[in-house]
Write a protein that binds this ligand. Structure first.
Ligand code: HEM
Length: 483
């Protein structure tokens, strides 16, 4: 066995990495102190840019097993055989906070799952709130700017932060559904083990015959959904800011597992126009009583990462990572998500981010793409281009599994708002809440809205009145504003 001793990054022996090389006890440090130079230069580069959104998170490994074959709906290999487990890596996160933020603050939690399937990586990226505030991805940077600290003082709380947030959402009435969920009990949680996950966007499943089905995904935590009130959340944010990350880590470290059931709702594309609302609109839910949830399988998380930076911070999920049998609907938000994840990861981590073990597909990668910073994989073929005759010609084309779906699209090119003023669907959500739930919703909204400037408060009261008259009146009264 090689004897262990301290080394430089070059593997050369280091006798002392605690005391810098100086001229005498009180003299200057020498430029020839390679031990110091290397150690401090490495430290200077320890951080990579944090994610533009969902910056703070925690991750875990595990596996997913379907309950039965879903061949009638999808040809995706990992959904065919109840005997076959697919390895997964899941990252839970907070959408708005920075990487040093507290786990319990009112925020959307992210729930991203990477399935290492035999047909390549499939990433299913969900949130813990069933709807999104926008219908068009061109507005996403504006939304993120409005929820992040202000550009002048970089402050998260207080009247300016509250006014910026409510200003934006009051001008985007399609965010009303999102707001009701965000300010409901669901907005503050202490554990990632007990949050649900919602795919929000509408995907397609495609079977071997080329038949498509619209799908919305849902993850049900097997331990049940839990939340905390805003007082407990504020207290924990001060006393135990990493409570959710710690809870996940400690649970797995103690040898316990964390489990979620995948469920889907389905609609046949030919019935799309017969539905009472736009089923591709991510600001709207598909009500469960109309579109029952079908249990699909179980995800078991049972292993902590060995190193946070290598495996969680550098993990990279993208809606573009789909496998045969899964497709995109024309939900504009989903279409807009296909590009930016990989794009930001090429910047945040580097163009070869998919070579890192946590991101690397288990199916071998075979193409003629090459080089770039930190590339470790390479081909020994002389012909790094296609077509060629020098290295066996073309590689075999990936076989098409079954028939491809037929899609015909036509229309005028233009920038058009998505039609529909179905902004006040959350009226039903409000009316279905119990008395105490309604009280907490109103009080949670008040905590924030009461700090915003008055014209903005008035705009919000108008939206809340349209959502539900009693709800709007309660907020107006609390703010001492006549609607
Ligand atoms: C126009 C809409 C959206 C855009 C442009 C967008 C863009 C982004 C970007 C750029 C990141 C950072 C990725 C990284 O640095 O690795 C991100 C992270 C994330 N987004 Fe979105 N997003 C959108 C909508 C959504 C929706 C609808 C959901 C949920 C269904 C969602 C869930 C997440 C999650 C969970 C993460 C964190 C992934 C991780 O754990 O690394 N996003 N998003």
């Amino acid at each position: 066995m090689v004897k262990r001793y301290l080394t430089s990054n070059q593997g050369t022996p280091v006798g002392d990495d605690q005391h810098s090389l100086t001229v005498g006890e009180r003299g200057p440090i020498l430029l020839t102190d390679t031990v110091y130079l290397e150690k401090i230069a490495q430290f200077d580069r320890e951080r990579i840019p944090e994610r533009a959104f969902h910056a703070k998170g925690a991750g875990a490994y595990g596996y997913f097993v379907p309950y039965r074959s879903f061949a009638s709906l999808t040809k995706a290999g990992f959904l065919q055989d109840p005997e076959k487990a697919t390895p997964v890596f899941t990252r839970f996160s907070l959408a708005g906070g920075s990487s040093g933020g507290a786990d319990t603050v009112r925020d959307v939690r992210g729930f991203a799952v990477k399935f290492y399937t035999e047909e390549g990586n499939y990433d299913l990226i969900c949130n813990h709130i069933p709807v999104f505030p926008l219908r068009d991805p061109l507005q996403f940077p504006d939304f993120v700017h409005a929820v992040k600290p202000d550009p002048i003082a970089n402050i998260r709380g207080g009247p300016i932060a509250a006014s910026r947030f409510w200003d934006f959402v009051s001008l985007r009435p399609e965010s009303m559904n999102f707001l009701i969920y965000l300010f409901s009990d669901l907005g503050t949680v202490r554990s990632y083990r007990t949050i649900p996950g919602f795919g929000i966007n509408t995907y397609k499943w495609v079977n071997l015959r080329g038949e498509e089905t619209y799908i919305r995904y849902y993850w049900e935590p097997c331990a049940g959904v839990e939340y905390i009130d805003s007082k407990t959340a504020a207290h924990l944010a001060g006393t135990d800011p990493d409570v959710a990350s710690r809870d996940l880590f400690d649970t797995l470290a103690a040898g316990n597992s964390v489990e979620f059931e995948m469920r889907v709702q389905t609609i046949k594309p030919e019935l799309e126009c017969e539905q009472p609302f736009d089923i591709l609109d991510p600001t709207l839910i598909w009500p469960e009583h109309m579109y029952p949830l079908i249990p699909v399988g179980r995800m078991v998380l049972n292993k902590n990462p060995e190193n946070f930076f290598a495996e969680v911070e550098q993990s990279a999920f993208s809606p573009a990572a789909i496998v045969p049998g899964i497709g995109f609907s024309n939900d504009r938000i989903l279409q807009g998500r296909i590009f930016p994840y990989g794009d930001t990861q090429r910047y945040r981590i580097g163009p070869n981010y998919l070579e890192l073990p946590v991101n690397m597909p288990r199916h071998p990668v075979d193409n003629k793409m090459q080089d770039g910073p930190m590339r470790s994989g390479y081909s020994t073929d002389i012909a790094n281009y296609l077509p060629n005759t020098l290295s066996g010609g073309m590689p075999a084309e990936a076989p098409e599994k079954g028939n491809p779906p037929q899609e015909y699209i036509s229309g005028c090119v233009g920038r058009q708002e998505i039609a529909g003023d179905d902004y006040y669907q959350p009226g039903c959500t409000y009316r279905n809440m119990s008395g105490p739930e309604k009280n907490r919703l109103v009080s949670n909204i008040m905590e924030s809205l009461s700090q915003a400037y008055e014209p903005i408060q008035r705009r919000m009261i108008d939206h809340f009145m349209r959502t539900d008259q009693e709800f709007g009146c309660r907020i107006a009264q609390k703010l001492s504003l006549i609607p």
